[in-house]
Design a protein around this ligand. Structure first.
Ligand code: PLP
Length: 206
């Protein structure tokens, strides 16, 4: 799908993050030349590699993947624009104690309740969010992130987005402004359900 058509579908309702985890820096440059400025990677090593090679470009990098403990220092040194995938209080504490600046962060929620997915249980999300805010002075929590249910059943995917949106709404009085949900296969539905940040990979390169 062409970027123009995707942007029409988004219609300024959500911030577009281009996920570059499966492509080379050349595809990043191509999208950059079409006007995109925010990119996401799910591995710290690859985030480091691409951000260094492309350091002459004005790119905002997002980290969207599982963070291994032995990669925390490296992630911190890369100063990402947004750490979207904080998945537990424990991980928040680990990152916070090493930070020497304020890092914008999203709490990842496992709204689909899938074993394979990272993120906090929806029923604990609000308490964990507040606890991170109280205990992690260097983490600036500004919202939530979630991956839609891995399913062919639209209602099931929608349900997972609605759960995330409801948590997001409850957290607005606590400073949440970003609701990051929606990928190539479900971004239109995610926006209808209240997402204001989508993370697109495959659809941008096909
Ligand atoms: C890979 C990935 C995406 C993009 O997925 P596509 O289906 O390729 O659009 C979005 N979010 C996260 C967390 C990812 O790992």
């Amino acid at each position: 799908m062409s970027l123009d058509n995707i942007l029409k579908d988004i219609n300024n309702r959500a911030r577009l993050i281009a996920v570059s985890k499966n492509v080379t820096q050349n595809e990043v440059i191509a999208l950059y030349n079409q006007g995109l400025r925010e990119f996401g990677e799910n591995r710290v090593q690859e985030l480091k590699r691409k951000s260094e090679i492309l350091s002459n470009l004005d790119i905002k990098w997002h980290f969207i993947g599982r963070l291994q403990s032995n990669k925390i220092n490296q992630l911190i040194s890369l100063r990402p624009t947004l750490w979207q995938s904080c998945e537990s209080l424990e991980m928040a504490l680990e990152v916070d104690k090493r930070l020497n600046y304020k890092l914008d962060t999203l709490l990842q929620i496992n709204s689909a309740n899938e074993e394979s997915k990272q993120g906090v249980d929806p029923k604990d999300a609000i308490n964990i969010y507040k606890e991170i805010q109280n205990r992690c002075k260097n983490l600036n929590l500004i919202g939530v992130m979630s991956i839609g249910a891995h399913s062919d059943d639209v209602d099931e995917i929608k349900k997972s987005f609605e759960i995330t949106k409801e948590i997001f709404d409850s957290l607005k009085p606590h400073g949440a402004t970003i609701c990051s949900m929606g990928m190539s296969g479900d971004f239109k539905l995610a926006i209808e359900c209240g997402s204001n940040m989508i993370r697109l990979g495959t659809i941008l390169y096909s």
